[in-house]
Design a protein around this ligand. Structure first.
Ligand SMILES: NC(=O)c1ccc[n+]([C@@H]2O[C@H](COP(=O)([O-])OP(=O)(O)OC[C@H]3O[C@@H](n4cnc5c(N)ncnc54)[C@H](OP(=O)(O)O)[C@@H]3O)[C@@H](O)[C@H]2O)c1
Length: 301
């Protein structure tokens, strides 16, 4: 049976030198202090310091730093915009990831690639397992899958970590948008027919930190625990505030990219591997909402 573990008191037995790509992004900024707290040496590289689409730069950085692991959180993440600039999405998420995988493979450095629930088509009625068939509906999802395939093609030692509906300090995200809009309007309209799991970058970082010391390579699903839809999620965000959240259907809020209707991920493999349960999404959200500016700064870069 999985055991509970207090991640905040956790000291990693095996400290590593870890390169984080996309370190200026929402997840990258949460991952860096989390890994440092566990006494890993973190070389946090934002896009300005490592452009993954530049193979020579990727190779020379890895040759120079000689990390024990690369956590690849850099990505093109503009889901709707990707529909009108597919070349750029594939260039960063497909070709950029292939660059990293080839260079890391040559130097025998393992890679943790952060992927997405959008690799699935959302037609299932039960949580997607790691061995369920992928069929992305959007350019973004297809480009993330291209990254997964590159990692599997070029590396023997890799983790692919699919996550979903991310929010966290220092990133443009649904929680902050709804919180801001609740202060400006009396009524919000939010889609209720897309089902998934919100995930805080702070809890995801702790999960990734647990996973990387296992050396159990493979594909994992990592989200906070539970199932909801965007409407319920919004209601939880504004709980106690004087604002009405009205459920609408996806067809009433057309967007360029098609999202999966259902993208709940089965986390059984992850839970057995890291030996602890995951945080319910409502708890992670309340902890995030309770953070003030100083708290957010302390937990992210
Ligand atoms: N956000 C979500 O809801 C979500 C859900 C599932 C999975 N994911 C995955 O989780 C990971 C982290 O996402 P996030 O939410 O932290 O996204 P983010 O805030 O957009 O961070 C991605 C970072 O990558 C950088 N980047 C873009 N092109 C690059 C390049 N060529 N070389 C190096 N860095 C580059 C971006 O810089 P610029 O901003 O300056 O371009 C940004 O700082 C990504 O792999 C994403 O696909 C995200």
């Amino acid at each position: 049976m999985a055991q509970k573990q207090d991640a905040s008191n956790y000291t990693s037995e095996r400290q590593m030198k870890i390169v984080v790509t996309g370190a200026g992004g929402m997840l990258g900024r949460a991952l860096t202090p989390c890994l440092e707290k566990r006494r890993h040496e973190v070389i946090a590289l934002p896009k300005e310091e490592l452009d993954v689409t530049n193979f020579a730069e990727v190779r020379s950085t890895l040759q120079k730093v000689k990390p024990d692991l690369v956590i690849h959180s850099a990505a093109y993440t503009k889901v709707d915009q990707a529909e009108s600039e597919p070349g750029l999405a594939y260039f960063i998420n497909g070709y950029g990831t292939e660059n990293l995988a080839v260079a890391a493979g040559d130097l025998d450095i393992p890679v943790l690639y952060v992927s997405s629930d959008y690799v699935f088509d959302g037609e299932q009625k039960q949580p997607y397992t790691t061995w369920d068939k992928t069929r992305p509906l959007s350019i973004y999802g297809k480009s993330k899958l291209a990254g997964e395939e590159a990692v599997q093609r070029h590396l023997n030692r890799f983790y692919i970590v699919r996550t979903s509906w991310l929010y966290g300090p220092h990133g443009s995200n649904f929680v902050d948008t709804i919180t801001r809009m609740a202060g400006e309007r009396k009524q919000l309209r939010v889609v209720s027919d897309q089902v998934g799991t919100p995930t805080c970058t702070l809890t995801l970082s702790e999960v990734i930190a647990d996973l990387i010391v296992t050396n159990r390579w493979g594909v994992y699903h990592a989200t906070d625990e539970g199932v909801t839809n965007w409407w319920e999620f919004a209601r939880e965000i504004v709980k106690g505030k004087d604002v009405e959240v009205v459920p609408i259907e996806t067809k009433d809020f057309p967007r360029p990219a098609t999202r999966p209707k259902y993208s709940v991920l089965d986390k059984t493999t992850l839970i057995s591997t890291i030996g602890r349960e995951l945080t319910p999404w409502q708890d992670a959200l309340q902890r995030y909402l309770a953070l003030n500016v100083e708290g957010k700064k302390a937990l992210s870069r």
